[in-house]
Design a protein around this ligand. Sequence first.
Ligand SMILES: Nc1ncnc2c1ncn2[C@@H]1O[C@H](COP(=O)(O)OP(=O)(O)O)[C@@H](O)[C@H]1O
Ligand SMILES: [Mg+2]
Length: 523
Amino acid sequence: MRITLKTKIWLTVLTIVLMFSFFSLFYFPAQQERYLLNNYNNEVQNLANTISLGVRIALTEENFEGVQTAMSFVKDDPRLLFVNLMTTDTVWNADHQSFTLKDSLLKTFPENAVIAPHTEESIIKKRSGFVTDIMSGAIELGVTTDAISEGKKEIRLTSMLVSGVFLVIGIIIGFWLARNISVPVLALRDAANKVGDGDLTQRVITNSDDEIGELAEAFNNMVVDLAKAREELRQANLNLESTNEALHATVTDLKAAQEQLIQAEKMASLGQLTAGIAHEINNPINFVTANIQPLKDDLDDILKIIQCYEKVVREKGLENDFQEVEKYKNDAQIEFTLKEVNDLLRGIEDGAMRTSEIVKGLRNFSRLDQNVYKKANLNENLDSTLTLLHSSYKNRIEIIREFEEIDEVECFPGKINQVFMNILSNAIQAISGEGTITIRTKQEGDLVKISIRDSGAGMSEEVRKKIFDPFFTTKDVGKGTGLGLSISFGIIQKHHGEIDVFSAPGKGTEFVIKLPSKQETED
Ligand SMILES: Nc1ncnc2c1ncn2[C@@H]1O[C@H](COP(=O)(O)OP(=O)(O)O)[C@@H](O)[C@H]1O
Ligand SMILES: [Mg+2]
């Protein structure tokens, strides 16, 4: 069982008070009464002795009136019941060998004193013997114990009063102790509990300067220190958190930088490869394109000769002589053959033209110019990128080119091509089935503005916020790396430009790039 401090204080106080009360209620009056009785007995004995002495002297002088006077010595004492004068006679037995003493009453005072209604208990009798020549005897003094009863009553009353006072004082002390010890201790306990629960605004109010007051002050100081320590800890935690965040950001940047490096490296080697291939193809395809026109001219000449032959045969009526040739002409369907040759030539011309376009695009795209700014007409760069992408949009997507006259831009053209490539590939991928891609270029002060808008699926706000994050992709594994736009963003930043995106689901997407035509610093 748990006994509270308050209970303990009250138990202690009550025990002490009860002990005192018991003492003053029982032990103290009993002691007093015994003392009172002793005194009374002694006093009565002394009186008896005095009377006895007076009687002896009077008898010795044979003054019988003196005997009377001595016996009436205590006549005014209110306690007096009687004074008896006894004679003691020696009564010998028959053979005179032994004797007994026998008292007999000689005289009483007051005469014929009435003892009733006093009982044995309410009377105290004391004897005092004397011996004279005339007679031996004793004085027997009887007094009432009424006075003692009175005294006892008084003592009891007093002790009850005293124990009552003790009780009251005890209760007062109990309350005082409870107030001065238990209440502040309880307040301290409650405050400590609240502090334990995390409420550091708790303070204990005290106005005593005893140990409890000191305890309260120490407690308050402790709470203040605790609050300070906790605040410091919180601050330290915050610092740690922000350091952590910075670290995290650094790691993310590093990752992005690493990816860019990898990508740049890839592009560089790819560029080298394409440049090599483009160079190798360029010469032979040049032969083809350069030779088509002379071939056409030659064919025209041959055609003209044939027509001349036909004309001569018709005019000179030589049909019979040329029957064999005519048959051969009909067999070979010369009309059709000539038309086919023309078509074939046009096809070759077309193919050769397109091949040289592609080669030009490849060469443009893969220029190894990473470290030096070069002036480039971005309209041309857009065209070469479109050429490279031709197969992925032909017959499906209409490309609307609204190119204006724009300044040449100081840039790393290969890198800018990479940006166009990424954005255009995304636009083409965003359009399922048929659609349009509108490309606009425009001069705005010192800035060249390029807008690429597609009629594709568009994207949600949530996706839009993340598209420049490295590795963010909504495409299936193998279809998207999530790197294109993050690399493009880095490239545009490096060119001190801006890239913005406007999009909504189902409404298509527009990327707007602004590039300064002159670079301030070479980096
Ligand atoms: N024109 C666009 N239309 C709709 N969504 C686009 C477009 N361009 C980019 N996105 C979104 O941005 C994401 C990131 O693009 P990107 O960095 O090029 O990575 P990837 O193309 O490899 O997914 C794409 O997965 C796509 O969800
Ligand atoms: Mg992409």
